[in-house]
Design a protein around this ligand. Structure first.
Ligand code: SF4
Length: 101
């Protein structure tokens, strides 16, 4: 995956304009994250959620629970974007939604 090199990454989000549809509850989160497949800013999106410990919604294809688990596994990481770009395997093959940011 190639991430957009921009501070304004949300303008390139695949889910742009989808609003609250990408912030479902429980089991629907897994369905919503399919929107993230092929999103050009997935790493930027996920890094923002991880760096800022955002605890709601689907970001970068990961649910809240999945992000909490990843943060527990790597408490040493302070800036996630470089980790995601250099070690995409940390995602464990998870696919994934969101960006009315
Ligand atoms: S939630 Fe993030 S990764 Fe998923 S489509 Fe929206 S901007 Fe892309």
């Amino acid at each position: 995956m190639t991430a957009v090199q921009s501070e304004d990454w949300a303008t390139a989000a695949k889910c742009r304009g989808m609003g609250d549809a990408l912030f479902p509850e429980a089991v629907d989160q897994k369905r919503a994250r399919s929107v993230c497949l092929g999103c050009p800013v997935r790493f930027d999106c996920l890094a923002e959620a991880l760096d800022n410990r955002i605890e709601w919604g689907v970001w970068g294809g990961m649910t809240e629970r999945e992000r909490r688990q990843l943060l527990r596994q790597r408490p040493d990481v302070r800036s996630w974007r470089s980790v995601l770009v250099s070690q995409p395997s940390v995602l464990g093959g998870q696919q994934g939604a969101h960006a009315s940011k």
